[in-house]
Design a protein around this ligand. Sequence first.
Ligand SMILES: [Zn+2]
Length: 260
Amino acid sequence: MKLILIVMIMIFNVSAYANSSASILLYHHVSDTTPKSTSISPKLFKQHLKYLEDNHFNVLPLEQIISSLKNKEKLPNKTVAITFDDAYKSVLYEAAVLLEKKSWPFSVFVNAQATSAKYKNYLSWNELKTIIKKGGTIGSHSYDHAHLVRKLKNESNKDYENRIYNNLKKDRDIIENKLDIKVKMFAYPYGEYNDFLKKTLKSFSYYGLGQQSGAVGQSSDFLAIPRFPMAMNYAKMNNFITRVNTLAFDIKNVNKAKVF
Ligand SMILES: [Zn+2]
């Protein structure tokens, strides 16, 4: 009897978390011919989508998920967001084709420098307009995909802060101008951030997306939101299934231990 009671309490708690939790998936290339460390094959990507569909997941717009969690509003059980960093060609020609068929939203984080320079494998501004028509939302990923936490040699704090602020502003201004949209989300290049970067994102009224694994919940830091990277081993079906079914704990208090 005691055992049954304990199990029931656990089920109740899990269902409570399920309404205030989401998994955000992070992809780069969806291609068999790009670097393996940042790629998933179109075949495996299709299997991911099939799993989400067969198991009744709710693929919702990223910004909607984050603002619901921030405002302590309930989400449907099994909520997932799909994101792509760097805006590679295969996002439009492989992924978006499949996502559009299901009317599933997704987000793409753009470096204006790579897009403007028409680097190989990167989407053009016109192609990004097509992404938006297919249900994509565009976010910023810094102007030049720099290691934003790194100070240059002999750079003062003030110069570092000005450089980073200008980098983020330049990316935002170009994206907004080229695509006629408002940028509201930022994905840290390489998932690297520090207190100054978080403060800067706050001044832009951005949500900040990291690359650390974990589900996002109501008590998450919305300037450093976790995402599950999907490439190599992490993208295999058994790992994918674990990640999309992960729930965020609602953390009430964090006590930092003193380090002597
Ligand atoms: Zn990137």
